[in-house]
Each structure stands twice: as structure tokens, then as C-alpha cells.
Design a binder for this molecule. Structure first.
Ligand SMILES: NC(=O)c1ccc[n+]([C@@H]2O[C@H](COP(=O)([O-])OP(=O)(O)OC[C@H]3O[C@@H](n4cnc5c(N)ncnc54)[C@H](O)[C@@H]3O)[C@@H](O)[C@H]2O)c1
Ligand SMILES: O=C(O)C(=O)C[C@]1(C(=O)O)C=C[C@@H](O)C=C1
Length: 364
């Protein structure tokens, strides 16, 4: 290691976040070794290019990207196994793991708690992206015991991945993420859960509004149970405040439903909460730092027949264009689907032309 720059990093836990860290660091020429209790998870991360598997390799830095309920024990084990390395983690909650480390009596001078505010609603290495952290916040939660050199090393590594680093204490972090991450997840899940009992006809009308509000409702229940349980105090406080607001809106809407011509003040209440939402929304900062890679979505109609998707993917490959992501949607009542192929902007026109030549209906 030279200065605060790392040359070798061990990533423990090769799911979405760990594999993304591995991909990004490997891209910067850093020697990354990977570990995970699941042999298939670690092999997949290696195959995707996130690093190599060598349990005996030394390292400057260990990044623990394991689930929140085991993270403290894994950090403690890594500190013991790598006595010259700095150890950080990426768990979404910070106070409980820190308490557990204190209980374990671990020397915390080489440990720096961390949390990138970057992720996806999908888990596992397949969802990993090298540019996941570009322009995103990354909180570090050092304690009085943390050595300044350890803090600088982790800060430099997060910055190398394109993140904007801020430093706060663990309790402060947990209060903040209850409001900007944990309650939004609860709200998205609750709104999406109402769709279970809606009619087919109603769900078939889903437009962009409900898609925007519920994207993170696709998140992993196992991970989120650990996150919400791991920050229960702060989440409960934020949910009580939300419930008070919901009660006020409900009272106004109830009054409008019962006495539309005589519900004094009810419309002002409704307008007030929408306006308050405008104000809160306006406070969300734009992304910091350089922009993450922006892909262009090329929409292609795919007949709902066996082999059609395979034929499309073959034609994308034959066009010499790299497919960055793929989404498929089925249109209600139509014998076709819509495939959205994400590609780099520079490749979009080549792909559109090539697919049209092959007879595909491209809506670009
Ligand atoms: N998903 C997100 O959007 C997001 C964003 C920021 C931070 N985080 C945090 O990152 C961590 C990992 O989340 P993820 O989304 O990558 O989850 P994931 O489910 O995609 O991956 C977790 C990985 O940890 C492995 N694992 C399980 N037990 C382990 C142990 N004892 N030691 C080492 N590895 C172990 C699993 O096999 C799996 O490969 C969590 O602490 C989470 O709170 C998640
Ligand atoms: O799915 C996403 O877009 C996220 O960024 C997820 C998100 C967030 O709430 O910001 C969720 C939990 C993590 O701890 C960090 C990131």
C-alpha cells in the first residue's frame, strides 16, 4: 500500500454490493480477492470479472459486504485474520453492528464502518454494476478509536469508486437513513402490497406513477427484515410521524367522501400535503460527482412465440453491440411483448439499424 491508496482488497460477501465493489476496483487495476460462504456466489462473482479466489492472499483492505445481522461477527473475524489490513463494511445499519463489536471486545482502530447509499432492488452478483457507486453518497462512521490512517484509506477507496464521502457517527447515520431509505422502502412495499387484491383490469392500467413509487418494492424481504429490525427505533419514530400525516389526509378525504359540498377545510388539507410533498421532493439533491453511465433503451416488439427472444438476442450479438441490460414487458391482451435493450448511447443507432434490417419492429 502507498499512502492511502490500496493495491490489494479482499471482498467478503459477493452479492450485489460486494461484487459491484470488486468490479469497480478491478477496473482500477486493484488486485481483488473474493470470499463468500456460498461457493456458487463467489464463483459467479469471479466469472463476472469481480476478482480472483485465493483465500491465502494478503490484502491492504477488507470490504465486508455480508448481510447486516452477521456483519459485526464477520468484521471481527477479518480483523483477527488480517492483522495488518484495514477492515470496512457496507451494511445499511451502523449502530447495532458497532454495539456488537464493542460487546465482542474487538480493537476497533483498524475498523471503519461504512454505507454506500447506492444499491438496487435486486440481490446477488448478477445484478452487480461497476458504476453502482458513481456519484452516490458513501457514509463513513468512524469512532474515537478509529485510526486517522484507516479512515483516510477507506475514504480514498470510496472516492476511487466515484462516491461522495461524508463522515457521521453511527447513531446520526441510522436516524438519517430511517427517513431517506428505510421508511421509503416500507411505503413502497405497502403501496405495492395493495395491488395484490386489485382486479386484473385495474392492475392492467398501471402507468408510470405506480411504477416510480413501487420500484423498490421488488427488494429482498430477507435483507429488508434485517435492515428494519436493525434500525427499529429510528424507523418506528419516522413511521409514527408518517402515520400522523396519513391520519390527517384520511380525515380530509373521508370528509370529502361523506359531505363533498360541506367539508370545510378538507380541500386545503389535501392541497397542503401535496404541496408539502413538492417541498420535500425539491430538497432531494441531484447526484454528486460525475454522472453514472447513462444507457439508451432500445424498445423492440417481440412476438410471443417460442424462440423469438433467443433470435433477438442473437441478432443483437450479430450487430456487434454489447447488451448492458434487458427488460421485458408483456402488453395486456396482446400476443407480443416489449423488450427494452439498454446499450451505450454510441451504439444505439447501430443497433436500431441492424435490428430493423433483420425485420424487427424497433420503436426508437
Ligand atoms: N442492496 C442494496 O441496495 C444495498 C445497498 C447498500 C448497502 N447494502 C448492504 O450491503 C450488504 C450486502 O447486501 P447485498 O444487497 O449485496 O446482498 P446480497 O444478498 O446480494 O449479497 C449478500 C452476500 O453475503 C453473503 N453472506 C451471507 N452470509 C455471509 C457471511 N457470514 N459472511 C460473508 N458473506 C456472507 C451471501 O452469500 C451473499 O452472497 C448488506 O449489509 C446490505 O445492508 C445493500
Ligand atoms: O434500490 C435502490 O435504488 C437503492 O439505492 C437502495 C438503497 C436506498 O435506499 O438508497 C437501499 C438500501 C441501501 O442501504 C442503500 C441504498
Amino acid at each position: 500500500m502507498t499512502g492511502s491508496h490500496v493495491t490489494s482488497v479482499r471482498v467478503v460477501g459477493t452479492g450485489l454490493v460486494g461484487t459491484s465493489v470488486g468490479l469497480a476496483l478491478t477496473g482500477h487495476g486493484i488486485d481483488v480477492t473474493l470470499a463468500d460462504p456460498s461457493p456458487s456466489a463467489v464463483a459467479l462473482a469471479r466469472d463476472l470479472g469481480a476478482g480472483r479466489i485465493d483465500p491465502d492472499a494478503g490484502c491492504d483492505l477488507v470490504v465486508v459486504a455480508a448481510p447486516p445481522d452477521v456483519v459485526a461477527d464477520v468484521v471481527a473475524a477479518e480483523l483477527a485474520a488480517h492483522p495488518d489490513a484495514v477492515v470496512t463494511d457496507v451494511a445499511s445499519v451502523k449502530s447495532l453492528p458497532l454495539q456488537r463489536l464493542h460487546t465482542l471486545g474487538v480493537d476497533l482502530s483498524r475498523y471503519v464502518g461504512g454505507h454506500p447509499l447506492a444499491g438496487r432492488e435486486r440481490s446477488g452478483a448478477v445484478a452487480a454494476r461497476a458504476d453502482l457507486f458513481t456519484g452516490r453518497p458513501w457514509v463513513l462512521t468512524p469512532t474515537a478509536e478509529t485510526s486517522p490512517a484507516a479512515l483516510e484509506q477507506v475514504r480514498a477507496t470510496a472516492q476511487l469508486l466515484g462516491a461522495t464521502v461524508s463522515v457521521m457517527d453511527a447513531r446520526e447515520h441510522d436516524e438519517a437513513v430511517a427517513i431517506i431509505s428505510h421508511v421509503p422502502q416500507v411505503a413502497a412495499s405497502l403501496v405495492a402490497a395493495r395491488l395484490r387484491t386489485a382486479s386484473e383490469q385495474a392492475v392492467g392500467l398501471a402507468g408510470q406513477g405506480v411504477r416510480d413509487v413501487t420500484r423498490i418494492a421488488a427488494s429482498d424481504p430477507h435483507l429488508w427484515t434485517q435492515i428494519l429490525a436493525g434500525n427499529a427505533g429510528a424507523v418506528a419514530r419516522a413511521l409514527h410521524a408518517l402515520r400522523d400525516d396519513l391520519d390527517a389526509v384520511l380525515a380530509a378525504v373521508d370528509a370529502l367522501g361523506a359531505r363533498p359540498d360541506d367539508a370545510l377545510g378538507a380541500r386545503a388539507t389535501v392541497a397542503g400535503f401535496v404541496a408539502a410533498g413538492n417541498e420535500g421532493h425539491a430538497r432531494i439533491p441531484g447526484k454528486h460527482g460525475s454522472a453514472p453511465t447513462v444507457y439508451v433503451a432500445v424498445p423492440v416488439i417481440v412476438p410471443d412465440r417460442p424462440g423469438e427472444l433467443a433470435r433477438l438476442l442473437r441478432d443483437v450479438g450479430d450487430a456487434g453491440v454489447n447488451l448492458e441490460d434487458l427488460r421485458i414487458e408483456h402488453s395486456e391482451g396482446r400476443p407480443v411483448g416489449l423488450a427494452e435493450i439498454d446499450v451505450l448511447p454510441a451504439a444505439a443507432q447501430t443497433l436500431v439499424t441492424a435490428l430493423r434490417q433483420q425485420g424487427w419492429s424497433v420503436h426508437a
